[in-house]
Structures are given as C-alpha cells and as structure tokens.
Ligand binder design. Sequence first.
Ligand code: XMP
Ligand code: MG
Length: 177
Amino acid sequence: MTEIKEILFTREEIQKKVQELGKIISNDYKGKKLILVGILKGAVPFMADLMREIDLDLEYDFMDVSSYSGTTSVGEVRILKDISTHIEGKDVLFVEDIIDTGLTLSYLTDLFKSRAANSVAITTLLSKPKRRKIDIYVKYIGYEIEDKFVVGYGMDYNEKFRSLPYIGVLDESILHK
Ligand code: XMP
Ligand code: MG
C-alpha cells in the first residue's frame, strides 16, 4: 500500500507478541475473575487475538469513548458506549491498541476503581512513552514506539487502514492532504 512508508510490525511479529502477552496474563490472573474491556474501535483485532491466547475462563466487553475537544489535563472523556457487564469484585484488564497521552485510560481506570472492581490494569499493544501527559501504570505493553503516526491492526487514519494485518507508519504527506 503506497500510503504506508514503513512496516513496523509484521503479522507474524504481532502474533508472537500477542502469544507472549497471553501467556503472562494467563499466569498472573490464575484464580481471578478476569474481564477484558476493549476500547472501540482500535482495540478490536488485538482483543480478538489476545483473548484466544489467554488460557483462563474470562469475560469480555467493550466501551466506546471520545475525548472532549479542548480536553483538560485531567483527561475528561465522554462515554459513548458503556459496558453491560457487572464488574464489582472482578479483575478488569483494559485492552487498548495504543497509549499516547495516557489521558483516556487514566480517566477510565479511576472510573472503574470507583465502580468497585477488585483490580484495574491495562494492556496495550503499542505505547508512545514520549507523548505521555499523565503518569499512568501500564501493566502489559507489546511494543514501545517513537512518536510516529501508525495505522493497521485496528488503528486508523480517518477510518482507513484498520483492517490491515500489519502495523505501518503512515506517509506524512497524506496527513496534510
Ligand atoms: P490517549 O488518551 O492515550 O489516547 O492519548 C490514545 C488514543 O489515541 C489514538 N492514537 C492513535 N491512533 N495511530 C492511530 O491510529 C496513532 O499513531 C495514534 N496515536 C494515538 C488512538 O485512538 C488511541 O486509542
Ligand atoms: Mg483506541
């Protein structure tokens, strides 16, 4: 695809990474009431692959959120779709495609703690640590990347490229079109 100037992670590399994360999570959550909460829409491929690498009984659900424009450093987010599962006493693991400023997941973590989850943690396939605006603990990270705009494996540019099986860097010239 000509709009992709560089492939960062191939389908095979992603699959191996997801398997590794699945093993670690399976170990850490043994005997717990794990519920994966995926953040729409970007986390869908990661969520679908990861849950099948976790060798435990688990539940899963999805949330859809949008950041308020002109967002404050508190990271107020608007919930477009909430989960429909009770989480009281359960061990919530948020599943995200990429963590950038950290504001979205910081807000959601606090919200779920106030809903009396037994524990709240985060896994993300990608993280851009240099972009962080808030200190947030991400328990399981697939890859740390530089501040480049990436697409594929759920991630988009204007809703395009989500279905690519690999993760690539977008050619910046199309960002300004
Ligand atoms: P925070 O709150 O951590 O939000 O800033 C993370 C969300 O920002 C989006 N994001 C990206 N989406 N390519 C994308 O397709 C990127 O390089 C990128 N960086 C950040 C994404 O929606 C993520 O959920
Ligand atoms: Mg996202």
